[in-house]
Design a protein around this ligand. Structure first.
Ligand code: CTP
Ligand code: MG
Length: 230
């Protein structure tokens, strides 16, 4: 049994200020979503891959895959208006694999995080097999101090992707959520609300696993990717 990978790329990247959807930006020689996909290239635990894209970017996605990830088998699915609805479409595309018992875990990853690296994927898949759910997180106090801010009580945890979940409860949770018009941007929050009994285990995230959100993230990601270029 293998883990399915859902790669979410159906946003528009408006906050970067770029005209191109950030996941299609070419950084250090490859598109952002190809970097994200390539992190799993050598992982035997990864089975089917679903890339979720905007309807008007389907053709472009197929072209980029043919050029930059030749030989990699990827199902391209059209996303929805929100991250949650894009996930829901991906899970529906995976329903037959899950129901046949071929996929035991689903890994959900924001294509806008091109720097996750294979080790983090391995770690969330293993933790999801043990616990039911796994989310990479980072305690934020060091960052707050570095930026000259202080906080009185309690540590914030910054949640990252890839996140991994036992496939059947994840699908059941999203099916229940669909019946209630639920729409949230965090996969784990949906699972916690609609899949009673799934334990979400926190694994350590990595400091370089940034999500490209603003213009400065594009610059930082490009520098970090150039360093990791083959
Ligand atoms: N995403 C998606 N479908 C949507 C919205 C977002 O698949 N309808 C994906 C994005 O492509 C991204 C990830 O979810 O990889 C995280 O979302 P975010 O960082 O908010 O990306 P965008 O929505 O594209 O950016 P912005 O909010 O700045 O427009
Ligand atoms: Mg968004």
């Amino acid at each position: 049994r293998r883990a399915a990978l859902v790669l979410l790329a159906a946003g528009s990247g408006t906050r970067t200020g770029h005209r191109t959807n950030k996941v299609f930006l070419s950084l250090a020689g490859r598109r952002v979503f190809v970097w994200s996909l390539d992190a799993t290239r050598d992982l035997a635990e990864i089975g089917p891959v679903v890339l979720v894209v905007r309807e008007d970017e389907q053709d472009a996605a197929h072209e980029v895959l043919a050029q930059e990830a030749p030989g990699r088998e990827v199902r391209v699915v059209v996303g929805g208006a929100s991250r949650h609805s894009s996930e829901w479409r991906a899970l529906q595309a995976l329903r037959p694999d899950i129901e046949r018992g071929e996929v035991d875990v689903v890994v959900v990853h924001d294509a806008a995080r091109p720097l996750s690296g294979p080790a983090l994927f391995r770690s969330v898949v293993a933790a999801a097999r043990r616990h039911g759910g796994a989310v990479p997180g980072r305690l934020q106090p060091a960052l707050l101090h570095r930026d000259g801010l202080t906080r009185r009580a309690g540590d914030a945890v910054a949640v990252q992707t890839p996140q991994a979940f036992a496939a059947a409860p994840l699908l059941a949770a999203y099916t229940a959520a669909a019946g209630q018009d639920f729409d949230g941007s965090d996969t784990a929050a949906c699972v916690e609300r609609f899949a009673a009994g799934v334990v979400i285990h926190h694994v350590p995230g990595t400091p370089t696993n940034i999500k490209i959100t603003f213009a400065e993230d594009v610059v930082l990601a490009e520098a970090l990717l150039a360093r990791s270029s083959p």
